[in-house]
Design a protein around this ligand. Structure first.
Ligand code: GLN
Length: 454
C-alpha cells in the first residue's frame, strides 16, 4: 500500500531519492512468514520505514543529497539501519535532504527540492524535508531523520508530523555521514508520539562502535508516552523560554503555541516563564562550530576514496583532480560552510572564533542546567514561522539560518527535544509545531508531555 502511495504522489512531492520496492516487499514477505509461524515479533515488525539519505544502507545508494556521492553504495549498514532490519521493518527507500544536511528547506539537495504535501509551493523544512514529507503524505508511516540544529524538529513542525531529537549519545551515530559530530543525532519522524517512542526505543541504546554513545539504558519512552496519553500532567513543571517567543514570531504560530500551553495547564501542569539569556547567541555560536566541524569532515571527499572523480585534463595532478571534483561535486551552501569553517579554524583566528564559540556553548549548557533546576521541561514554538514558499529564502542564507533559532540550543547542549503538531495557523492554514525540551537522558519527559497534547 505504501509503495502504491509513493507511486501515486511522490512525483510532485519528491520525498524519495531512491525507492527499493523489491527489497521492501521481500522484507515484508519475511515479516508475514514470521507472523504466520507465530514467532515473537517486535511491535514494529512489518511496519515500513523511510530512511534519510545520510545514513549508510548496505546495498542501497547513499548520496547525502550531494553529487559528490552520486552512485556510492555503502558496503555496510549504519547501526540504526541494522536495528531496523533486525526488528523486521521493511525499508521503503532513502529520503531527500539538503546536501550534507545543511539547510532548512531541502532546496539545497543536488537532486531537486522536496515539496510540502500541505501546499506543493512551499518548503517541507530541512534538512530532513524528505523524511517529514514522506510521513506527512502517507508515503511512509515512519521515517528516520538526523538533527544537528533542528533538521528533524523543524521539518516536523512545518509538515504537521512528530519529530524527535534524542539526547546526544542516546542513539548511535555509527554509519551516519557526519555533518558536525558534536551536534548530530539520529531520531524518529512519525505521525504520533507513541510511534516515535516505539521507534526511538528500537534505534536507541549503547553502541560500542560510536565513541560518544552513552553506556546507559534509555529511560522508558513507550511507557512515558502511554502515561502522557492519559492526559494527566499533574506534578509536571513546564517553563516557557522567554527568549524563544514573542515579537518577530508569526502571529498564528504564537496563537497555537499559547493554546498548547493552555492545554498543558488544563492537564494539571504548572507553567512558569524561564529566562535563558544566552540563547540569543545560539545561532552565532552554531554557525561557527558547525562549519568548523563540517569543513573538517568534508575533507574526506577528496576524489580518491568515494563517489565522484573529475579529471580536468589528461595527466592532471592529484591536487587538480581533487579541486575539480570538489568544485563540481559540492553545491554552493556546502562551499559556503567549508569557507566559513576553514576560516574560523585558521591560525590566528581559531581562538577568536572557534574558541569563543566553544565558551558560549558552555554558557548555553549552563542556562539549560539552571532552567532545569526550576522546571521539568522547557517549551517554545519549534520554528518562528509556518512553511515558507519555495525559493523565498534561497538567496538569503541568514534568513534561512534564522529558522533554527529555537531548535539549535538543544543541539549545542546535547539535550533531547520533540516537536509535536499544534494545529494550523489561522492566517495560512499551515501546520505549527510545539517544541518540548528536557534534560539530557530524560527523553521520557518529552514523550510524556508530547503525548498529553495529542
Ligand atoms: N538548518 C540547520 C543547518 O543548516 C540544521 C541542519 C541539521 O540539523 N542537519 O545547519
Amino acid at each position: 500500500a505504501h509503495l502504491d502511495r509513493i507511486a501515486a504522489v511522490d512525483g510532485p512531492v519528491h520525498a524519495f531519492l531512491h525507492v527499493d520496492a523489491e527489497g521492501a516487499l521481500a522484507q515484508a514477505a519475511e515479516s508475514d512468514a514470521r507472523r504466520a509461524a507465530g514467532a515473537p515479533l517486535h511491535a514494529l515488525d512489518g511496519v515500513p520505514i523511510a530512511v534519510k539519505d545520510v545514513l549508510a544502507t548496505d546495498g542501497l545508494p547513499t548520496t547525502c543529497g550531494s553529487k559528490i556521492l552520486e552512485g556510492w553504495v555503502p558496503p555496510y549498514d549504519a547501526t540504526v539501519v541494522a536495528k531496523l532490519r533486525a526488528a523486521g521493518l521493511p525499508i521503503l527507500g532513502k529520503t531527500n535532504m539538503d546536501e550534507f544536511a545543511m539547510g532548512s528547506s531541502t532546496e539545497h539537495s543536488a537532486y531537486g527540492a522536496t515539496h510540502n504535501p500541505w501546499d506543493l509551493d512551499r518548503i517541507p523544512g530541512g534538512s530532513g524535508g524528505g523524511s517529514a514529507a514522506a510521513v506527512a503524505a502517507f508515503e511512509a508511516p515512519l521515517a528516520l531523520g538526523t538533527d544537528t540544529g533542528g533538521s528533524i524538529r523543524q521539518p516536523g513542525a512545518v509538515t504537521g508530523t512528530v519529530g524527535v531529537k534524542p539526547t546526544y549519545g542516546g542513539v548511535s551515530r555509527y554509519g551516519l555521514v557526519a555533518l558536525a559530530n558534536s551536534l548530530d543525532q539520529v531520531g524518529p519522524v512519525t505521525r504520533t508520539v507513541l510511534d516515535s517512542a516505539l521507534l526511538h526505543e528500537l534505534i536507541g541504546g549503547h553502541d560500542p562502535r560510536d565513541s560518544t554513545s552513552i553506556d546507559q539504558p534509555l529511560p522508558p519512552l513507550v511507557e512515558a508516552a502511554r502515561q502522557g496519553a492519559t492526559g494527566d500532567l499533574s506534578g509536571v513543571k513546564v517553563g516557557i523560554i522567554t527568549e524563544l517567543s514573542g515579537d518577530g514570531w508569526q502571529a498564528g504560530v504564537m496563537t497555537r503555541f499559547q493554546e498548547s500551553v493552555d492545554l498543558l495547564v488544563k492537564a494539571g501542569a504548572e507553567v512558569v516563564e524561564v529566562s535563558c539569556p544566552t540563547f540569543v547567541h545560539a545561532l552565532a555560536t552554531y554557525y561557527l562550530i558547525l562549519p568548523a566541524e563540517a569543513s573538517s569532515n568534508l575533507a574526506k571527499f577528496d576524489a580518491m576514496r568515494y563517489g565522484l572523480r573529475v579529471w580536468p585534463a589528461e595527466g592532471a595532478s592529484a591536487e587538480e583532480v581533487m579541486r575539480a571534483t570538489r568544485d563540481a561535486g559540492f553545491g554552493d551552501e556546502v562551499k559556503r560552510r567549508i569557507i566559513l569553517g576553514t576560516y574560523a579554524l585558521s591560525s590566528g583566528y581559531y581562538d577568536a572564533y572557534y574558541g569563543t564559540a566553544q565558551k558560549v556553548r558552555t554558557l548555553i549548557s549552563r542556562d539549560f542546567e539552571a532552567a532545569f533546576e526550576q522546571v521539568d521541561v522547557l517549551v517554545s514554538p519549534t520554528a518562528p514561522t509556518t512553511a515558507f514558499k519555495l525559493g523565498e529564502k534561497l538567496d538569503d542564507p541568514i534568513a534561512m539560518y534564522l529558522n533554527d533559532l529555537a531548535t539549535i540550543p538543544a543541539n549545542l547542549a546535547g539535550v533531547p527535544g520533540i516537536s509535536v503538531p499544534a494545529g494550523l495557523a489561522a492566517e495560512d492554514g499551515l501546520p505549527v509545531g510545539f517544541q518540548i525540551l528536557a534534560p539530557a537522558l530524560a527523553d521520557d519527559r518529552c514523550y510524556r508531555v508530547g503525548a498529553a497534547l495529542e
